[in-house]
Design a protein around this ligand. Structure first.
Ligand code: NDP
Ligand code: 2IT
Length: 451
């Protein structure tokens, strides 16, 4: 096929839109990647010939199933569950499970697609997958959560396996849910194998997995600043979210001498001009994982702090920003406010938190901006290390794992430099991550032929 016969970016995207009607998040994620890959493969015939991007943008399979459970009042409730197995060219499918009422097939397809590139960037042998349900864990009793998780796993168990597909947590799925799901898998199959990561330390979990995503996002930020001869020490930081990723990102910022001004949840954000200390952070962790209360309670407890209902924290003046809640939580207009206020570094803890207009604002401003597929890869990286420990039936020490996490994040930063360095010395981390993540998966696919 001659190069001139290739479809161009817009023709390719028209096909993606036609084949995935109304799946806006999936189309958005594919476009963000395709813009860089089309440029990169322009003169690389093998990637055209084997239709690599076209194939990565079509999940290997999407499994959808009914999940019935009984609430505490004896009502039968029906939810939908999914597992999207996007690509297993470089290892078993790997990626989290999300329980949130906003979950749709489009959201899980975008996450599984992103995960394929992210997992490749870690350097570990993991393919990309994602799953979850439109189940809303908020306000449910422990028993209701347990019954839902058991019912969900009663179907999911057919599709997972330590060498097939290894899910983990994501929004709404933490240690409690992983425990219930692992228990049900073990009960159904009578097997004790590493089919989930993020497990409790008593039953095959890994040290550092809980902290890994947030810590990793800050290590990535540190690498970006270091590259410019700067550091986190003394800088003000605005963070969204108050879950696993946000609280651990905040913790690492504090350890590196930064000041954390905000956190948020789905109801609004809190602003503490005095700074959120480790003690205050421990209080928030307890609020969110034990009491499961709203972040607004922080403003009632701590003098000087304010709660801003229904708002996001991006208008608070800061040096650094870490979006750690959910997709499309930082728009072009909000990105412009951050830049105007002097923000010099953005590291995404969440998946696709910045929309396409926001990405353009950050790129045009030339600030250090890391897309989630690079900067939040620490979580899945330590999940990969949990898989290795499970296979070897061993446990590594905290020091060893902390060091591996730091090394892996540095390795991802180096990969972004390899493909994303601009002639002016700046770095396009989006481009770097997309191409570096693509090349490994693409070359494996070529080795397999047409399968
Ligand atoms: P958690 O469930 O622990 O926390 C999610 C946080 O985000 C909560 O503060 C929640 O608020 C808020 N939130 C969720 N949905 C929305 C929404 N629609 N609008 C506003 N706020 C929202 O999840 P994680 O911390 O694990 O995940 C956060 C992000 O990080 C997600 O994008 C996830 O995909 C990504 N991620 C997670 C990894 C992990 O290891 N856990 C790894 C890599 C990425 P509320 O408390 O009100 O619900
Ligand atoms: O988005 C993600 O990378 C995760 N939710 C973690 C996935 C994992 O398998 O640890």
């Amino acid at each position: 096929m001659a190069v001139s016969d290739h479809v161009d970016l817009e023709q390719f995207m028209a096909g993606v839109e036609k084949r995935n009607p109304h799946q806006d998040e999936f189309i958005q994620a594919v476009r963000e990647v395709a813009e860089d890959i089309f440029e990169y493969i322009e003169d690389k015939e093998k990637y055209h010939k084997y239709q690599i991007l076209r194939r990565i943008a079509e999940p290997d399979r999407v499994v959808s199933f009914r999940v019935c459970w009984e609430d505490d009042n004896g009502n039968i409730r029906v939810q939908r569950g999914w597992r999207v197995q996007n690509n297993n060219s470089i290892g078993p499918y790997k990626g989290g499970l999300r329980f949130h009422p906003s979950v749709t097939e489009s959201i899980l397809k975008f996450l599984a697609f992103e995960q394929t590139f992210k997992n490749s960037l870690t350097g570990l042998p993991m393919g990309g997958g994602k799953g979850g349900s439109n189940f809303n864990p908020k306000g449910k009793s422990d028993n209701e959560i347990m019954r839902f998780c058991q019912s969900f796993m009663t179907e999911l168990y057919r599709h997972v396996g330590e060498d097939t597909d290894v899910p983990a947590g994501d929004i709404g799925v933490g240690a409690r849910e992983i425990g219930y799901m692992f228990g049900q898998y073990k009960r159904i199959t009578n097997k004790f194998t590493g089919i989930l990561t993020g497990k409790g330390l008593e039953f095959g979990g890994s040290l550092v997995r809980t902290e890994a995503t947030g810590y990793g996002a800050v290590y990535f930020l540190q690498n970006m600043l270091d590259y410019k001869g700067d550091s986190i020490d003394g800088k003000t930081t605005v963070i969204s979210g108050s879950g696993n990723v946000a609280t651990h990102a905040a913790e690492k910022i504090l350890q590196l001498g930064g000041k954390v001004l905000t956190l948020s949840d789905s109801k609004g954000y809190i602003h503490d001009p005095a700074g959120i200390t480790q003690e205050k952070l421990d209080w928030i962790k307890n609020l969110k994982t034990v009491q499961r209360g709203p972040i607004s309670e922080y403003a009632d407890k701590y003098d000087g702090a304010t709660f801003h209902a229904g708002e996001r924290p991006w208008s608070v003046k800061c040096d650094l920003a870490l979006p750690c809640a959910t997709q499309n939580e930082l728009t072009g207009a909000e990105a412009a406010v951050l830049v105007k206020n002097g923000c010099i570094g953005v590291s995404e803890g969440a998946n696709m938190p910045t929309d396409l207009a926001g990405i353009k604002v950050f790129k045009d401003a030339g600030i250090s901006y890391a897309p989630g597929k690079a900067s939040n890869a620490g979580g899945v990286a330590v999940s990969g290390l949990e898989m290795s420990q499970n296979s070897g039936r061993i446990s590594w020490s905290e020091d060893q794992l902390q060091e591996q996490l730091r090394d892996i994040m540095k390795g991802i930063h180096d990969s972004c430099l390899e493909y994303g360095k601009k002639p002016d010395g700046g770095v396009d981390y989006v481009k770097g991550a997309n191409i570096a993540g693509f090349v490994k998966v693409a070359d494996a696919m070529i080795a397999f032929g047409v399968v």
